[in-house]
Design a binder for this molecule. Structure first.
Ligand code: ATP
Ligand code: MG
Length: 334
């Protein structure tokens, strides 16, 4: 029986396999037949179909804002990944540690446990995501020193202050990468009268997105559909425009970090001033973000080495530590 850790994210699902490291990294996307919801493709293969599927097939994302929106589809996706990591060996049911965002409801927690067992796990344990993210980003969470981790994912931004292995306070915001993509689509529509798809919006964000003029990244040419005549159109979009498009959402993210700092007990706040703020999650790779945040907070800001892998790496360290890290992991069986 394998021990594995799962970062079930809104945008990406990662699996850490004990003794092997991060063994799977795929988008949380499933393509299904529209009429009977039979699964056609999962992960990378399904993501390529997003926005391009014929009417009979829909590519969907089974998680929204960090929580399960489509139970059966999520179970099918995990089942597929369990098979994939077990390769050609006879499939044995894994022992799973899986993350849940901080502050989710009891019903949402239960859904994550149930979906994991439904997908074929032998047993399941839940762990709060900010703890795994902090461990995986290299923070020493067991020390009697406060530290701050900010995880900007696809669906949620989680800001947490940790000390002595636990969460002292945390704020979860349902604004992250997905909302940035939506803001870009809205902006291009308003300003240029051109409709672009999710994939193009994400590409603009990754290639030329920046949140500070000192990190400007030029321009990019994209294709869309002119809303006035319905014809395909090509336009050049600048980094400054993308910055303007994302400004409201970025402001919310900055604000949640600022209020968390304000609510942090003074002793811990002074620790954070010494150690700095750690950023992880795909959204932390936005150009200029460390600069913007350090200007606003007056605190040093560092991006984790492998920001998309942080949670999975943290889960791995918890698994390999045989329960020393992560504050006592308790498994549930069906
Ligand atoms: N270079 C980049 N610049 C900006 N954003 C990026 C970059 N690379 C990835 N992203 C964004 O990061 C997000 C995915 O990050 P991540 O994999 O950490 O999310 P997730 O863990 O699946 O989501 P969540 O934790 O919210 O459930 C996507 O919105 C993606 O567009
Ligand atoms: Mg995440």
């Amino acid at each position: 029986m394998k021990s594995i850790g799962i970062d079930l994210g809104t945008a990406n699902t990662l699996v850490y396999v004990k003794g092997r490291g991060v063994a799977l990294r795929e988008p949380s996307v499933v393509a299904v037949e529209a009429k009977n919801r039979r699964v056609v493709a999962v992960g990378n293969e399904a993501k390529l179909m997003l926005g391009k599927t014929p009417g009979s097939i829909v590519a969907m994302r089974p998680l929204k804002d960090g929580v399960i929106a489509e139970f059966d589809i999520t179970a099918a996706m995990l089942r597929h990944y369990f098979k994939k990591i077990s390769g050609n060996t006879l499939f044995s049911r894994p022992k799973v540690i899986i993350c849940i965002p901080y502050g989710v409801t009891e019903v949402e927690r239960r859904a994550v446990e149930d979906v994991t067992l439904e997908a074929g796990a032998q047993s399941v344990a839940l762990i709060e995501e900010p703890i795994a993210a902090a461990i995986g980003s290299g923070l020493r969470v067991d020390d009697a020193r406060g530290c701050m981790i900010v995880d900007i994912g696809g669906g949620t931004t989680e800001v947490a202050v940790l000390s002595l292995g636990g969460i002292v306070l945390s704020k979860s915001l349902r604004i992250a990468g997905d909302e940035l993509d939506e803001a870009i689509i809205g902006y291009i529509k308003r300003k240029h009268n051109i409709l672009i798809g999710d994939v193009t919006a994400e590409l603009l964000k990754k290639r030329i997105g920046s949140v500070h003029p000192a990190a400007d990244r030029g321009a990019m040419t994209i294709q869309g559909r002119n809303l006035l005549n319905g014809l395909p159109a090509t336009i050049a979009v600048s980094s400054a425009e993308i910055r303007e498009a994302m400004s409201d959402q970025i402001e919310h993210i900055v604000e949640s970090i600022r209020t968390t700092l304000e609510n942090t007990p003074p002793e811990l706040a002074s620790d954070i001033y010494d150690t700095g703020i750690m950023l992880c999650g795909g959204g932390s790779m936005l150009a200029g973000l460390p600069l913007l945040l350090s200007r606003i907070t007056g605190i040093r800001v560092v991006v984790a080495k492998a920001p998309i892998d942080s949670v999975a790496i943290g889960l791995g360290r918890i698994i390999e530590s045989e329960g020393r890290l992560g504050g006592g992991v308790r498994y549930r069986t069906r």
